[in-house]
Design a protein around this ligand. Structure first.
Ligand code: URA
Length: 234
């Protein structure tokens, strides 16, 4: 929303009166005088008129969680524990997921109550690299590296996957970097090289990586730098 609209809706003072108040330097946004009526504000912004709060800011939350396998990437479920059950913040009911993992997949999940941030993150998702550790039932053939780089045609969506970087770490383990997030993508890609994923773990999304000391089931707030970088790392 724009600042002039928010001020105008305050006690129905109207657009013109709002513009006059803004021009007269009677409006502060997060403590600073703002004279541009088009200044963007949202529900996390403190807006004051004549030094009185017109809007108190809501608390914005940006979290990372190390999801254990077996936990659902959902906010509610009648049968299975969800990622929200692992979080002990009083405002956890306001959170939504910025990208999901399959129930059996472990690793980095981002949660927020800031819809604009998650929208930017998901829009950037097409380019933000996501790094996975993969373990398979059968040995990974060296030819898979080239096949993952070429891409696979997925008939259901009629798309060809973007070039992905597969680094073979051991006979049955690899690190895979994807630049998109299709449904069951990693599993479907390995299926195409006649293999099957038995363990999948997401290590990072763009510049946000799971820290080694964040144990399965643990979460922490993102730093200001991580919040900023997550949506600009494409
Ligand atoms: N690809 C998958 O197959 N599963 C996930 O959870 C994430 C990527």
């Amino acid at each position: 929303m724009k600042l002039d609209r928010l001020i105008a809706s305050h006690e129905a003072m109207g657009r013109q009166a709002a513009h006059r108040a803004i021009a007269a330097k009677r409006v502060r946004v997060d403590g600073d005088i703002v004279t541009d009526g088009h200044h963007p504000v949202d529900r996390f912004t403190l807006v004051e008129l004549n030094d009185v709060a017109v809007q108190q800011p809501e608390r914005a939350l940006y979290l990372m969680l190390n999801k254990p396998a077996g936990i659902l990437s959902a906010t509610k479920d009648d049968q299975h524990p969800t990622v929200i059950d692992l979080i002990d913040d009083p405002d956890k009911h306001t959170l939504h997921l910025a990208g999901r993992l399959d129930r059996g997949t472990s690793g980095l999940v981002l949660l927020t109550n800031d819809g604009r941030w998650s929208k930017r993150l998901m829009a950037a998702e097409e380019k933000v690299p996501k790094v996975y550790l993969v373990e398979t039932t059968d040995p990974i053939a060296p030819a898979a590296v080239e096949a993952f780089a070429r891409g696979f045609h997925f008939h259901t969506e009629d798309i060809t996957t973007l070039p992905a970087e597969l680094v073979i770490l051991g006979e049955r383990s690899a690190r895979l970097t994807l630049h998109e997030g299709r449904y069951h993508q990693v599993k479907r890609m390995f299926h195409r090289v006649n293999n099957r994923v038995v363990r999948l773990h997401r290590e990072s999304i763009g510049s946000v990586a799971l820290p080694g000391d964040l144990l399965p089931g643990q979460w922490r707030q993102l730093t200001a730098q991580e919040i900023q970088a997550a949506t600009t790392s494409c």
